[in-house]
Ligand binder design. Structure first.
Ligand SMILES: NC(=O)C1=CN([C@@H]2O[C@H](COP(=O)(O)OP(=O)(O)OC[C@H]3O[C@@H](n4cnc5c(N)ncnc54)[C@H](OP(=O)(O)O)[C@@H]3O)[C@@H](O)[C@H]2O)C=CC1
Ligand SMILES: CC(C)(CO)C(=O)C(=O)O
Length: 304
């Protein structure tokens, strides 16, 4: 299949590489130093102890995606609108778009720009990073949960799920993908902001009694908002279960922490901002998330 990676950063480069090795015709759309390095010497992919060289098509020209049948949408949420509006001008009208982003708002925006029945969404459980331009490292287990936004896209979604599985990706289909994404958002809002503010990994937050308590307060607020919105939190997702799950991810350097370390804009609105706004709308207090939200917004604007 002709596949485009819209935003070949950490996540996009990883999945693009896997699909390339599975025999698909993958075009990686990137920019800046990462693009230059890949264009010059290919993509170096480190997975566990192994290193692979991906020799595929790397471009910084969006119109090179114009013949794609499938696009993996992998930019940070702050770039969703800009990337989607440009893609809309070049993609064939039957091209499917799979977002691999964190947060729960990108789907709505993508559905408005394209048709809702072309959008599939994934909860991407992966820890990937651009270590240096042209080099992406992925650590630990990778899992995708995929689903469609609109029932008319179910058959396409099942096909793409099979395509992922055939490429060796641990991918499962979910009836109500947005509930999965919400459950992931609860984890992300609990740890990503604190990790970025503190320059700490997940384990360091868990190991400190005060920080662990703060994380639990944040987590409870996100759960309160989800429950008021009647999001089904499967397996009785509670603060305890979120923190327990995090024990298995102690070494994680969250994507927000990676952005902070690189001086890049952080996904503040898509994580904290979204929950604060929803909380205000439905009258659920989120004072602790508001605190991390204001700190991160300040850090982002002042480049601290
Ligand atoms: N990293 C991780 O482990 C995980 C990340 N996620 C989520 O996945 C999404 C992607 O994250 P991640 O891969 O880490 O992000 P990255 O910043 O590594 O990747 C996004 C890439 O898209 C590039 N880009 C943005 N706009 C354009 C454009 N117009 N043309 C070409 N390239 C463009 C960015 O360039 P530039 O750097 O110049 O902005 C960047 O290289 C986020 O929503 C994140 O929360 C989910 C699970 C895990
Ligand atoms: C914690 C992690 C790596 C889970 O996939 C993530 O979603 C992120 O860093 O944003």
């Amino acid at each position: 299949m002709r596949i485009g990676i819209a935003g070949a950063g950490a996540v996009g480069s990883y999945f693009g590489a896997i699909l390339h090795f599975a025999g698909h015709d993958v075009t990686f759309l990137a920019r800046g130093k990462h693009f230059q390095a890949m264009k010059q010497a290919g993509l170096r992919m480190i997975k566990g102890e192994e290193e692979f060289l991906v020799d595929a098509t790397f471009t910084d020209k969006i119109n090179e995606l114009s013949e794609c049948e499938l696009v993996l949408f992998c930019v940070k949420s702050n770039d969703t609108e800009a990337m989607a509006s440009q893609l809309k001008l070049v993609l064939p009208s039957n091209c499917l778009i799979v977002t691999m982003q964190n947060g729960v708002e990108n789907e709505q925006l993508l559905g408005t720009i394209f048709d809702h029945d072309r959008i599939l969404s994934t909860a991407a459980y992966i820890q990937a990073a651009i270590d240096e331009p042209g080099k992406v490292t992925q650590k630990g287990r990778v899992k995708l949960v995929i689903g469609e936004l609109h029932s008319s896209a179910k058959a396409s979604c099942l096909e793409i799920n099979q395509l992922f599985q055939a490429a060796g990706i641990d991918s499962v289909y979910a009836q109500s993908i947005m509930e999965n994404k919400w459950r992931k958002l609860i984890w992300n809002v609990t740890f990503n902001p604190l990790s970025a503010i503190l320059n700490a990994n997940v384990g360091e937050i868990l190991a400190n009694e005060e920080l662990r308590y703060t994380a639990s307060l944040i987590c409870q607020e996100a759960i309160d908002v989800a429950e008021r919105l009647k999001i089904e939190l499967k397996n009785n997702q509670t603060v305890e279960s979120v923190l327990r799950k995090a024990e298995r991810a102690k070494k994680h350097h969250t994507s927000m922490l990676q952005d902070r370390r690189k001086g890049k804009p952080m996904e503040v609105e898509a994580m904290c901002g979204y929950i604060v706004r929803k909380g205000l709308e439905i009258n659920v207090p989120t004072p602790n998330i508001q605190v991390v939200y204001s700190i991160l917004t300040y850090m982002d604007k002042s480049k601290h």
